[in-house]
Design a protein around this ligand. Structure first.
Ligand SMILES: NC(=O)c1ccc[n+]([C@@H]2O[C@H](COP(=O)([O-])OP(=O)(O)OC[C@H]3O[C@@H](n4cnc5c(N)ncnc54)[C@H](OP(=O)(O)O)[C@@H]3O)[C@@H](O)[C@H]2O)c1
Length: 308
């Protein structure tokens, strides 16, 4: 199977490729990035650069290579940056998807689009697939617009919605735990929302789900998430306790204060994943085990390869 992955240096792509390598899956995989920077390969898979994912060069590459499936993990995922720079957010999160939809239609290829629990308003999460989206920030609006493009495209499309992703071993990626641990090492105070809830997912579990998605032919929307629904503050507190870091550095702050001049966050977000459980046998790594695995990577300089 020929698999084209757009978003070469995302957390999600790194974990997906790590698992493909570990399992010895012999798919022909190509990676596309929007810019030239290190690393220029991920787990031995070379990165092809299409500056800013420009439409025509991207189409040319797809038509010359003819992938069977395109996996899109690329997005402007910084929620505040999306609010400030709506044009860029729309380009990356919607127009890119429109191009991929067009390519898949011509080639008869499948599209696997990664989306977010931020398509919901956060009034009563965790959410199931049938519930009605109503995004409250621009990032969520772009992710929903992309979903709508996919769903009306008369294509074989699967949208995998995920919750907050953590635990990447990739040094080039952003991660809430790495950010918090770095601040803790400098003895800096860490303001964190005490009333914003989700069920964060270990990036390895998301990658497992994407492999199931690639192996199967399911269409529509499937949710994945972690096994524990909790506030951002409780998530970091638990991680700090396991890491032996002082929880006094964590400052619980209400969302109304923390995000006062920033993009609003869905308060009670998160996703129910019973469809993924029944179709794929999806079972997220138990929360404490997942955090311990991340800690082992963080403190041993482990790339993630040997822990699975
Ligand atoms: N992070 C989360 O907590 C979270 C939660 C829910 C859903 N999601 C969704 O899951 C998918 C994967 O997320 P992720 O966290 O794995 O992604 P990530 O680590 O934030 O990486 C996003 C990728 O998008 C590409 N990109 C294109 N234009 C960019 C720009 N202007 N600035 C930054 N990156 C840009 C980059 O890839 P290249 O360098 O390869 O071009 C980058 O590696 C996305 O669709 C996201 O919306 C993420």
């Amino acid at each position: 199977m020929r698999v084209l992955v757009v978003g070469a240096r995302s957390k999600t792509t790194e974990a997906l490729l790590r698992q493909l390598r570990r399992r010895g899956v012999a798919w022909d995989v190509r990676l596309i990035s929007h810019r030239r920077e290190e690393p220029m390969q991920v787990h031995g898979y070379p990165i092809y650069v299409i500056p800013n994912y420009a439409r025509q060069p991207l189409k040319n590459l797809c038509f010359s290579w003819e992938p069977d499936v395109i996996v899109n993990t690329a997005a402007l995922t910084d929620v505040d940056a999306c609010e400030r720079n709506r044009e860029l957010a729309w380009q990356r999160n919607v127009e890119l998807v429109a191009t991929l939809v067009g390519v898949c239609r011509v080639l008869g290829a499948r599209l696997l689009q990664v989306s977010s629990d931020y398509v919901f308003d956060g009034s009563k999460g965790p959410y199931a697939e049938h519930e009605c989206p109503r995004p409250i920030n621009y990032y969520g609006k772009t992710k929903l617009a992309a979903e709508n493009l996919c769903q009306t495209a008369l294509l074989s499309v699967l949208i995998v919605r995920t919750t907050h992703i953590y635990g990447t071993p990739a040094p080039w990626c952003h991660d809430i735990l790495r950010w918090a641990f770095r601040k803790a090492r400098r003895r800096e105070r860490i303001s964190v929302a005490c009333d914003v809830y989700t069920n964060p997912i270990l990036v390895d579990d998301l990658a497992q789900a994407l492999i199931c998605a690639l192996q199967g032919q399911h269409e529509g929307i499937i949710h994945v998430g972690g096994d524990l629904w909790e506030s951002r503050y409780d998530f970091l507190r638990r991680a700090f306790e396991l890491a032996g870091l002082s929880i006094d550095l964590l400052e619980p702050v209400p969302a109304s204060e923390l995000y006062r001049n920033r993009a609003p966050r869905p308060r009670y977000a998160g996703l129910r994943y019973s469809r993924a459980e029944s179709l794929w046998g999806f079972a997220p790594t138990p929360h404490t085990e997942a955090l311990l695995r991340v800690l082992q990577r963080t403190y041993s300089g482990d790339s993630g390869d040997s822990t699975e």
